[in-house]
Ligand binder design. Structure first.
Ligand SMILES: [Zn+2]
Length: 185
């Protein structure tokens, strides 16, 4: 199990209170675990703050990084920012034979398990940091999308007004952002 070592925390050897760990997650780490492969070039840094108490640990994960996604509007690939944070509580249990159901954000592990492999959570939290909407950010108030694709979308919308379904919603949003007065702060 040597290859997982860097994602193992031997909590017994940690001092009480806060320890900080930094993990650099690369594309290989994510591709080995992910099922959908339309996202690529994963680069993430996770800063884990591990607060050791006598019977439980409080973990805080700060995710930062980027992944290349195809744009929902124009189809071109671009790097989208990963940014989020997560909390997790690990409670130590004395009775190893008793199975305790994990609650939301609370994980139970037997006290005899002195090494915790956190790779599963690193993967999950990086995945959860991917924004749901993949659309090129604006550049100087204009859509950052592929201009050829945008032009085509505009022409199509002139001919087929009835087809105002989900794909055009994205386009409408783009038009709104072009108005000089923006409501966003
Ligand atoms: Zn785009």
């Amino acid at each position: 199990m040597k290859h997982n070592r860097e994602f193992e925390i031997a909590w017994l050897g940690l001092k009480d209170g806060i320890s900080t760990f930094v993990y650099d997650i690369d594309d290989k780490f994510m591709q080995e675990r992910v099922e959908e492969h339309d996202l690529k070039d994963w680069k993430a840094r996770i800063v884990l703050t591990f607060d050791k108490k006598s019977n439980f640990f409080m973990l805080h994960f700060d995710v930062d990084g980027s992944v290349v996604v195809p744009c929902d509007r124009c189809g071109d690939e671009f790097p989208i920012k990963l940014w989020d944070e997560f909390d997790l509580v690990i409670k130590l249990t004395g009775d190893e034979t008793k199975v305790i159901e994990d609650e939301d954000d609370v994980i139970f592990i037997p006290r005899s398990e002195t090494v915790i492999d956190i790779s599963k959570w690193l993967y999950e939290f990086v995945m959860l940091s991917v924004p749901l909407q993949h659309i090129h950010p604006d550049i100087d108030g204009n859509a950052g999308c592929n201009p050829v694709a945008l032009d085509l979308l505009n022409k199509l919308s002139g001919h087929e007004d009835e087809l105002k379904n989900s794909i055009w919603k994205g386009l409408d949003k783009f038009k709104e952002t072009e108005k000089p007065k923006r409501k966003t702060k």
